[in-house]
Design a protein around this ligand. Structure first.
Ligand code: ATP
Length: 848
């Protein structure tokens, strides 16, 4: 038993991605999530067999993770390597690589051929195949015409894809060319996350067969005759993806759903396998083609490595956490790999010869006596076993014989039931004999009559002339005769002893003959209306029904298990949906909050303006005019903002359309405001300049200033106030800009969440449908099961009835025999009496 080797590889970050708060840190074989200033986040640190950072190349990954598996594959062990991770995290880069940096697959291919070159004592046959699982269908990448291939399982080959092309290869270059030709047929597609995203799981397989060369001087059986067959499986999985992130729609969306579904099945298998052997129960390998094909690699006969690729960007944290959790669970799986050796007859013979040789050499050695004793003991044991075997054989033979007798007895009874009319008059053992007689001539019959008696084969005399009518009459209830008819002739009638023997000692009572109710006889299935009523058939039928019942029960259990899983999944989805709904509600809150902050800004703005207006006491001055104009613009701006946000908060549909109108409006108002302020500032500067020209000494010391100077002073103050307002206005403008951006981002997020929500809803609906279908199937299966049970019950009842009827028939039969015997003896005595009363006269011609 050995654990699966699990490694994590971090892809280099995308240059334009900004890291704000957190990042993944790699240290030795540990990867952990850190805050920007370096402190690790608890609970998010994972250790694996290897962790490769973004600077690590494919060659090193191959060296540490795959090389051993490749060597073992050449030695006869099955090996599997697969890459798992979210879309665009670098799986294909790891498995296939690029022209400048070959990946695991090309490196493995070359390594295998290098290894083979070095093993001069064995000869190899290598076959390769390349397939993909696209939308849960298996397609051959080396032969495009081979589509939708089925998976089969057999004892010799294990799990295999039927109809897949396998090319025999003898060089690495040949394999690389085949892979290149297969790559052309592979499904790739562009998504928001990856311009060349794998839309299918690809599976590259090499079957390595090897056999020791004949010329091997050592004569070792395993190196000359045993054939080793190993399978190396290299898998590039499609990446798990969030539909909202990949922006998938149409075909991509369908592909994405299949990809996620099969990866979920893989996750379920890994989860189950990672649980302790006791809790684990059923492993759902059959839930997807991927898990079915990977079955030997997961908990089976294979050496397995998993490379989990992760994307370091902050936006992918959730997916990365998922991948690392998958990897952690996979680490707990154990496999049991062993060399796959097929021994030929010659190899077996050699192995035995070697064992004998070994024993012989041991005998000749110093432990000869001990070994001899051991051999004696073994011989004794063997004799004991032989005796035991013989005893068992005898017992078995006896058992067989008694069983045969029982069967015979049952068959006889059965025949009686099937055709009572014949058996009333003819014993079963005589049936064939009677038939034989049927076919003979009357003369033969007559000649044989003696021999019949002599041979102790019993039959009712004249059974052909009267009995059929007799039985028919008796078996017909409506025309039941009062008395049994007398036989036509007594010449060939059996004597009393014979009758006694035949009836197994029953003494007949003549009255009983009249009393035998014909109805009893009639109740038997005379014309074999119930097919399969022989015991053997019946047993077979019951066996069949039992097997059917077992199958149905198994099927039902399977359905029930699937149903429970789907219910769980449904619950999970419901949980996710409610989380998303809450998030949506929070996002919907944003415009309301913005609305509130706009209202408070508006209050502040109005306060500021009223203060300014109180300064400009002269309502007709240019300053007052400008102020009122500013106030008007500002109010209009704020009202628009308020309306807009309240529309967004109420979820008004025209919000999106009005928003661009508002932006236009906002621009116009801002321009107006700017030009107003500029005019105001210019006029103020001019006024101040004029004042200064007129009275250069005036510096507003308020000492003896004239009224004009006072006004100028006020104006200067006002100008200062206006500047402050201008600054505040600019600040507000920036804030509005920021809010706008925030709103835009929120809108996008809201949209994507809504889409995701929609998708989840769809998925949930389809799951509900599947659950409903499963329930229907379950109901059908339950019905079937009930029907089968009913059939079984009725069959049991039928059998009981038949048994009951057999019993009654036997009683009737016995009493009938008894009556016949007594009737016969009475008749005989009457005939004797008559004869004695009427002696036969001697013919005159005798001449006394
Ligand atoms: N270790 C790496 N070094 C350099 N570039 C890398 C590395 N890993 C991935 N890349 C680049 O990142 C991009 C995405 O990688 P890749 O296509 O291998 O991802 P993927 O996981 O296979 O995606 P998908 O599941 O969508 O197929 C590619 O352009 C690839 O060249």
């Amino acid at each position: 038993m050995e654990k699966i080797c699990v490694a994590v590889r971090v892809r280099p970050a995308v240059p334009q991605e900004i890291f704000n708060g957190t990042f993944w840190n790699v240290e030795d074989n540990r990867v952990s999530l850190h805050r920007q200033h370096g402190t690790p986040i608890s609970g998010l640190s994972f250790a694996f067999d290897h962790v490769f950072d973004e600077n690590c190349g494919n060659a090193r990954v191959y060296e540490l993770l795959t090389k051993d598996i490749i060597h073992a594959a050449v030695e006869g062990f099955n090996g599997t390597v697969f890459a798992y991770g979210q879309t665009s995290s670098g799986k294909t880069f790891t498995m296939n690589g690029s022209s400048s940096e070959p990946g695991i697959i090309p490196l493995a291919v070359r390594d295998i051929f290098d290894n083979i070159q070095m093993m001069s004592d064995r000869e190899f046959l290598i076959r390769v195949s390349y397939m993909e699982i696209y939308n849960e269908e298996i397609n051959d990448l080396l032969a495009v015409e081979n589509q939708k291939l089925p998976i089969h399982e057999s004892l010799e080959r294990g799990i295999f894809v039927a109809g897949l092309r396998e090319e025999i290869v003898n060089s690495a270059e040949q394999v690389i060319k085949l892979i290149e030709s297969g790559e052309v047929n592979r499904h790739f597609g562009e998504t928001n996350m990856n311009v060349r995203s794998s839309r299918s799981h690809t599976i590259f397989r090499m079957v390595i067969e090897s056999k020791g060369k004949e010329t091997n001087p050592s004569g070792d059986y395993s190196s000359s005759d045993a054939i080793r067959v190993s399978v190396l499986t290299l898998v590039d999985l499609a990446g798990s993806e969030r539909i909202a992130k990949t922006g998938a729609g149409g075909v991509r969306l369908k592909e994405g759903k299949y990809i996620n579904k099969s990866l979920m099945a893989l996750g379920n298998v890994i989860n189950k396998l990672s649980e302790g052997a006791k809790q684990r129960g059923h492993i759902p390998y059959r839930d997807s083609k991927l898990t079915r094909i990977l079955q030997p690699a997961l908990g089976g006969n294979a050496k397995t490595s998993i490379i989990c690729t992760i994307a370091p960007e902050e936006v992918h944290i959730e997916e990365t956490k998922g991948t690392l959790q998958f990897a952690s669970r996979a680490k707990r799986i154990t496999n049991c790999a062993q060399v796959n050796e097929i021994l030929t007859d010659a190899a077996l013979l050699k192995r035995q010869k070697l064992e004998i040789e070994e024993l012989r050499s041991k005998l000749q050695g110093s432990h000869a006596e001990v070994l001899e004793q051991e051999i004696l003991k073994l011989r004794n044991d063997m004799l004991k076993y032989e005796l035991e075997r013989e005893k068992l054989e005898t017992e078995l033979e006896e058992e067989r014989r008694s069983r045969k007798e029982r069967d015979e007895c049952i068959r006889e009874q059965q025949l009686k039931i099937q055709n009572p009319s014949n058996h009333v008059m003819v014993s079963d053992s005589d049936r064939s004999f009677s038939q034989e007689l049927d076919s003979r001539t009357p003369k033969e019959e007559c000649d044989d009559s003696n021999s019949v008696c002599q041979a102790d084969v019993f039959r009712t005399p004249s059974y052909k002339a009267a009995p059929n009518a007799f039985v028919v009459m008796r078996s017909n209830y409506s025309r039941l005769p009062d008395y049994s008819p007398l036989p036509d002739s007594f010449s060939n009638m059996a004597d009393e002893d014979t009758w006694f023997k035949m009836n197994k000692g029953y003494i007949a009572d003549l009255d009983m003959l009249q009393m035998t109710p014909a109805r009893k006889v009639q109740s038997f299935p005379l014309n074999d209306a119930t097919p399969g009523c022989s015991n053997e058939n019946y047993r077979q039928e019951v066996q069949k029904l039992k097997a059917q019942l077992e199958l149905v029960t198994e099927e039902k259990n399977e359905f029930q298990r699937k149903y429970t899983e789907q219910v769980l999944l449904n619950d999970q989805l419901n949980g996710e949906i409610s989380e998303l709904t809450q998030e949506t509600l929070l996002i919907q809150e944003i415009p309301r909050r913005l609305c509130e902050s706009v209202a408070s800004c508006k209050d502040f703005y109005e306060d500021a303006l009223s203060t300014m207006q109180s300064f400009a006491s002269d309502g007709n001055s240019s300053t007052a005019e400008l102020l009122s104009s500013t106030s008007e613009i500002g109010s209009s701006l704020f009202s628009s903002l308020e309306t807009l946000f309240s529309m967004a908060a109420d979820g008004n549909k025209s919000f999106a359309g009005n928003y661009s109108l508002f932006q236009e409006h906002c621009k116009v108002l801002c321009e107006r405001l700017k030009s107003t302020i500029t005019t105001l500032v210019l006029s103020e500067t001019q006024t101040t300049d004029n004042k200064q020209v007129k009275n250069p000494q005036c510096r507003c010391d308020n000492k003896g200033c004239a009224l004009e100077e006072e006004t100028a002073c006020w104006k200067e103050k006002l100008s200062n106030e206006l500047n402050t307002i201008k600054e505040k206005y600019n600040g507000l403008e920036k804030e509005v800009d920021l809010n706008n951006k925030f709103l835009e981002a929120s809108k996008e997020r809201y949209g994507s969440l809504e889409r995701e929500f929609q998708l989840l809803k769809e998925e949930r609906d389809s799951l509900i449908e599947t659950v409903a279908e499963s329930s229907q199937k379950l109901a059908v299966v339950t019905d079937q099961k009930e029907n089968v049970l009913k059939d079984l019950n009725s069959e049991v009842h039928r059998r009981k009835d038949i048994e009951e009827e057999i019993k009654q028939f036997s009683v009737a039969f016995a009493s009938r025999q008894k009556s016949l015997v007594s009737f016969h003896s009475e008749l005989k005595s009457k005939v004797e009496k008559l004869r004695s009363q009427n002696p036969v006269p001697v013919p005159k011609s005798l001449g006394y």
